[in-house]
Design a protein around this ligand. Structure first.
Ligand code: C2E
Ligand code: CA
Ligand code: CA
Length: 404
């Protein structure tokens, strides 16, 4: 039995555009060298296409299952060889994206040529599934492209190295006036005194680069760990955190299992970890998203509908979904009590009370906003009036808790 592992490297044309053909050739050389070092004695490697390598893997068994397992393991090892560390390109470290295709003969084919094509077909299919990704054909924007590539590989590294940190913004119960919870908001710290990068700049990119699953799991786990420490302080047992969940995360059918496992391991109850889902995540009504949301609710996570009023999801769908809180967007709250948004804030309160869902007003910046929410029976409020998002230690100090 013989196998082929075809490795297709994505978006390398951008390296050409941003750094020139010499840098690309150097990178391909380096990739080839890495792969070569990872080969076993009887294996061999060739460049089959522009950005594609093929490894020939002889298998010492005729037992199909064993052969498949071996080829799969070899494919994973070769992928790891080129992804576990970045490559030096023009003085910077670049992470490459790779798709691997595996084929074996028999039964895939006896002809080596055809075997290679089969394996490549698979990698092509992988690459085509992501046609949304930006293509840079315009040579006039080179410096911008270069910046973008650097930014992307930095974000990739930040996620791999868990560089992102969470800040926390208090959520106030308007009935008692107490701080009852905190929303976790991601920040990307930068070196030498530069301001951290805000989520509006890196969350969409993380979604585009396929990093959101990993990033989201880190955020969730970090928030659970912080909650666990805070709940240990006297009188804090009912304190909760809210964690934002991006649409891309809801396309993972196992998200509820993953989150449940993390909460269990950390030792917090799902009841104290609210998940914020933006209205826009529901706009297309994807079945998989609806399933994920139902599964999260069934696992015991309270759900908040975020940025409510800014999307276009049908009311019918919202009525059927298991949300516990609606968070009314700050663009409306900021227009209270006299602006156009005030009517929206008031009518959403009516809607939520009909649905037996709590209403939360976002972006409360002064006492007038707060009074308007209170007068309209809003249960919760959040905004700069109480506090801006703070590092965990500052949040504890601000709350009068011991820092840990
Ligand atoms: P969001 O979920 O609507 O979060 C509230 C945003 O409003 C935060 O911005 C917060 O700092 C800001 N804010 C709070 N109170 C006020 C106020 O009184 N006035 C004004 N002008 N702004 C206020 P931030 O931290 O920049 O986050 C922006 C967005 O990024 C968030 O909007 C959320 O959608 C997203 N995001 C943040 N962290 C995560 C994360 O870990 N995962 C995901 N999927 N998204 C995240
Ligand atoms: Ca939110
Ligand atoms: Ca919001």
């Amino acid at each position: 039995v013989t196998g082929i592992v075809s490795l297709h490297f994505r978006r390398l044309d951008r390296v050409d555009q941003a750094f020139g053909i010499e840098a690309l050739n150097q990178l391909l050389n380096d990739i080839g060298e890495r792969l070569g070092n990872r080969l076993e004695a009887n294996e061999s490697l060739a460049r089959s296409h522009e950005h594609t390598f093929a490894a020939l893997i002889p298998v010492g068994t005729d037992e199909a299952d064993d052969a498949d397992r071996h080829l799969m393991a070899r494919a994973h090892a070769l992928v790891a060889a080129v992804t576990e560390a970045g490559f030096e390109v023009a003085g910077d470290t670049l992470q490459v994206q790779v798709y691997a295709g595996v084929a074996r003969a028999p039964p895939d084919s006896r002809d080596a040529q055809e075997l290679v094509l089969r394996a490549e077909e698979v990698t092509q299919r992988g690459a085509n599934s992501d046609t949304e990704l930006v293509r840079w054909a315009d040579h006039t924007i080179k410096p911008a492209q270069r910046q973008q590539i650097k930014f992307e590989s930095k974000l990739q590294r930040a996620v791999t190295e868990r560089e992102l940190v969470l800040h926390y913004q208090p959520i106030v119960d308007l009935a008692s006036g107490e701080v009852v919870g905190a929303e976790a908001l991601a920040r990307w710290p930068q070196p030498d005194g530069q301001a951290p990068i805000g989520p509006d700049h890196f969350i969409p990119l993380a979604e585009e680069l396929g990093l959101m699953g990993r990033l989201g799991a880190q955020v969730f786990e970090d928030a659970c760990r912080q909650l666990h420490r805070w709940q240990a302080h006297p009188g804090n047992a009912a304190f909760w955190v809210s964690v934002n969940v991006a649409p891309a995360q809801l396309r993972d059918p196992d998200i509820a299992d993953h989150f449940s496992a993390i909460a269990r391991e950390v030792g917090v109850s799902p009841a104290h970890v609210k998940l914020e889902i933006t209205e826009s995540a529901l706009e297309h009504g994807l079945d998989e998203v609806i399933h994920a949301i139902d599964a999260l609710a069934a696992a015991g996570f309270p759900l908040a509908l975020d940025d409510f009023g800014t999307g276009y999801s049908s009311l019918r769908r919202l009525i059927d979904m298991p949300f516990n809180i609606i968070k009314v967007d700050r663009s409306f709250v900021s227009q209270t009590p006299d602006g156009r948004g005030a009517g929206v804030v008031a009518s959403l309160s009516q809607l939520s009370s009909h649905l037996h869902i709590h209403a939360l007003g976002e972006g409360v910046e002064n006492a007038v906003h707060e009074a308007f929410l209170r007068a309209n029976n809003y249960r919760f409020a959040q905004g700069y009036y109480y506090a801006k998002p703070m590092a965990a230690a500052d949040f504890a100090t601000w709350s009068g808790w011991p820092t840990d």
